[in-house]
Design a protein around this ligand. Sequence first.
Ligand SMILES: CCCCCCCCCCCCC/C=C/[C@@H](O)[C@H](CO)NC(=O)CCCCCCCCCCCCCCC
Ligand SMILES: Nc1ncnc2c1ncn2[C@@H]1O[C@H](COP(=O)(O)OP(=O)(O)OP(=O)(O)O)[C@@H](O)[C@H]1O
Ligand SMILES: [Ca+2]
Length: 539
Amino acid sequence: MEKQPRLLASQLFLKNSVFEVLLNGVLLTWKEIPANKKVVSGSIHHPIKGGTSHSVSVSEILAVRELDVGGGTNDDGRWQKMPQKLTEAYPYAFTVSYVERARQHRWRCSDVTFHCSDGVLRQQWIQTIREQLTALTSRPKHLLVYINPYGGKQQGECIYEQKVAPLFACASISTDVIVTEHANHARDHLKTEAELKKYDGVVCVGGDGMFSEIVHGLVSRTQRDNGVDQNSPEEKLVPCSLRIGIIPAGSTDCICYATVGINDPVTSALHVIVGDSQPMDVCSVHHNNTFLRYSISLLGYGFYGDVLADSERKRWMGPARYDFSGFKTFLTHHHYEGAVSFLPATDILGTPRDKTRCRAGYVGTVSLPEQYEVGWGVVRGKFLAINAASMSCACPRSPMGLSPAAHLADGTTDLILVRKCSRFNFLRHLLRHTSKDDQFDMTFVEVHRVRRFRFTPRHCQNDSELDLRENGKQLFSQICRDHPACSCSPAYSSWNCDGEILPHAAIEVGVHCQLIKLFARGIEEQPLFEDLANPQCAL
Ligand SMILES: CCCCCCCCCCCCC/C=C/[C@@H](O)[C@H](CO)NC(=O)CCCCCCCCCCCCCCC
Ligand SMILES: Nc1ncnc2c1ncn2[C@@H]1O[C@H](COP(=O)(O)OP(=O)(O)OP(=O)(O)O)[C@@H](O)[C@H]1O
Ligand SMILES: [Ca+2]
């Protein structure tokens, strides 16, 4: 039989007042007792009206610890002198650290210190809270942490040491930390060496590129351990068991932003500590039955491919390189010819044009065996951009993202085709990414929710021998030498695969539903914050 959580109710002293404190296995609540209703000691069992009240879910308590008194520390860490009489009456203190919601999906760690009249009561409280925390089996105890010291503004190590490590220590999480020494260090370590059995999760401190390394390491390792061949595009991949945490310290941080709602290191660390779990889709990208890469956020050909290719040469500029290259690519206004064929997702309810958003608690449609018999669709033409967004791709540049209604874990990707149009119209389309306006409501844009797709560039219907880095450039320079003053576009762009350039233009993509899990819960609805942030809220 399941053990019932112990119920505790006491009158405890907090700041300058007496509170009725209650722990019921789900919630810890404390409610101020108006001065005229105070009971001197022991438990009370009747509801008390009036006074401020607070409530914290046990699942969002980080830790509880004893505190020596004679005075005490305030919630904001300042020394607080307590009234002599009350300190004498309640000399035994304990502090509870818990998650508090702040603005714009930010989480913060807050402390509340309760004072008890005797040591036995204090022990009872500490022990009971600890028992209830131990019963939360989804919380990680031992983590493997990779820090990219060169991501984003090169603050990775500092962010981890100052903001994250103290929180992990407070929550009694032990860590093995590796500061990477070169690109693909984390990927290769995970793929071949790391003793994964020792850990409850992997944390990366860096940007989307660093996260991508972790995904490649973990997914490849899992397939190898299970004898699955990644080179076969049709193969069903085995999901990874370890969850991944992202401490954002990169330039775009779109995976973190779209799964948590903000790119904030403390918020992400707290999601790891409370043991959140968010499944996510992963796209596999193949060329001629050879595995190229996995994509979790954006696969972009044309505009986003060209922005990335240009920005890679400007890494020294830091995150601003994307704006610089974005502006330059916008002015260049190249279009690319080719054919996109895709398998529409017919067995799901949503569409990319929905007004609904993927939010915390959304249960993704798990792949269903009975798809309607709808064949592949084909779209041919000249495109400014071909984007596949497997999730919204919300980021600080575009708070709603490339595909605002995309879901994190529904086994589909939103294929966005932007046909050749004027610069003015393309600018209108881009601008809509920065507001709530519908970027798909334009004649030259179409969007399909798909399970698989292929792209074949026009100039290379047989792309088997093509290596873009070599032949692509030659072809472009050839064309432009022939038309020195023309504004013709090169034959090929490159694919931007989560911030990495792919070596081929002709690719085949399949979505693997819920292949990985993150220490996140999806974006919480804002009203939840409004209620909980209000200190006067009713219990
Ligand atoms: C006029 C303002 C329009 C703003 C439109 C902004 C749309 C931004 C949508 C961003 C989507 C990011 C998707 C995430 C991709 C990541 O896996 C990847 C790795 O981190 N990041 C990038 O590839 C980094 C890609 C970064 C792309 C930045 C593009 C900036 C475009 C600026 C265009 C300026 C035109 C101005 C004309 C006057
Ligand atoms: N020690 C290292 N030295 C050089 N490169 C590294 C090192 N560790 C990781 N990398 C590589 O750095 C690249 C960029 O890292 P990261 O994603 O952390 O930052 P970013 O590119 O600034 O951010 P974003 O990906 O969000 O745009 C990654 O592709 C990763 O492979
Ligand atoms: Ca998806």
